[in-house]
Write a protein that binds this ligand. Structure first.
Ligand code: HEM
Length: 252
């Protein structure tokens, strides 16, 4: 159909042994926090998740300090009133808008979707029978490939393409030639402290990797278990084979 061509990117977490790059996840979180979070929620991720095995690898103290920077609505209290308190590690990221209507009201009628599962929601597979191959080979990287393509897909609209008011031309968007999100990234926008390039390209890679982790926080454990299962099956199959040979060895 009209879906954009999604170019494969070299992710550290690709393939059966791929792992997240912790420094990249931390940078990607910084991009989410400083740029995307003003419009997009991350409502399924709790602060404490940032300190869990297989993630960005923040320390528990760092997470406590981070959570405390946020103000969380809680309640009702004994008087039946809602109240604000400092965030705790068990809180989820607060969304930038109270609800979809408020979000649309602030974005010219467009809705910036929650990004918690976006890396999976945009993992597009082809139709039958190719989806089998897609799932086996690139399915899990297809989502961040799309996000990277979207974030780096803003270009001058070619001659003859009408770009409506409040819309932006983007070659990576899945549902048309334009979308309501203005280019969120630009060079030098986020100050990195680890010497990584401060470019749109690097920000896009880092935040896409971070959103992959957000959507698939147990990716590393799943790969480890998957490997163990395959090793066991191969061993077990060969034992069965030799057992079968022995049992049937005296049958002509
Ligand atoms: C849509 C990511 C920053 C406003 C989207 C979509 C993604 C995304 C994945 C969905 C695209 C699709 O449907 O395939 C990001 C990331 C950001 C970011 C990773 C930070 C780097 C922002 C900011 C704003 C914003 C700062 C507001 C100023 C929107 C809006 C839409 C949208 C209004 C809906 C567009 C439409 O459906 O036409 N964004 N975004 N985004 N985003 Fe962002």
């Amino acid at each position: 159909g009209d879906a954009p061509h999604v170019e494969k990117q070299p992710w550290s977490f690709a393939g059966p042994f791929g792992q997240f790059d912790k420094a990249q996840l931390q940078r990607g979180f910084q991009v989410y926090q400083e740029v995307c979070s003003s419009c997009h929620g991350l409502s399924l991720v709790a602060f404490r998740n940032l300190a869990e095995e297989g993630g960005p690898g923040f320390s528990v103290d760092e997470v406590k300090a981070l959570a405390a920077e946020y103000s969380i609505e809680d309640g009702p209290d004994d008087e039946g009133e809602m109240f604000e308190r400092d965030g705790k590690p068990f809180d989820k990221f607060p969304s930038p808008f109270a609800n979809e209507q408020a979000a649309r009201a602030s974005n010219n009628g467009a809705y910036p979707p929650d990004l918690s599962l976006m890396a999976k929601a945009r993992a597009v597979t082809r139709g039958f029978p190719w989806f089998v191959l897609d799932i086996a080979t690139q399915y899990q990287e297809n989502g961040p490939d799309y996000l990277y393509g979207l974030l780096t897909g803003y270009h001058e609209a070619p001659e003859g393409v009408e770009v409506p008011e409040g819309q932006y031309y983007n070659t990576g968007f899945i549902a048309g030639k334009t979308l309501a999100m203005a280019p969120p990234l630009s060079d030098e926008l986020v100050e990195y402290s680890d010497g990584s390039p401060m470019t749109t390209d690097q920000y896009a890679r880092d935040v896409s990797a971070f959103l992959m982790w957000a959507a698939e926080p147990h990716l590393e454990a799943r790969k480890r278990i998957g490997f163990g299962v395959m090793a066991f099956l191969i061993l077990f199959a060969s034992l069965l084979y030799f057992t079968k040979r022995k049992i049937w060895s005296n049958v002509d």
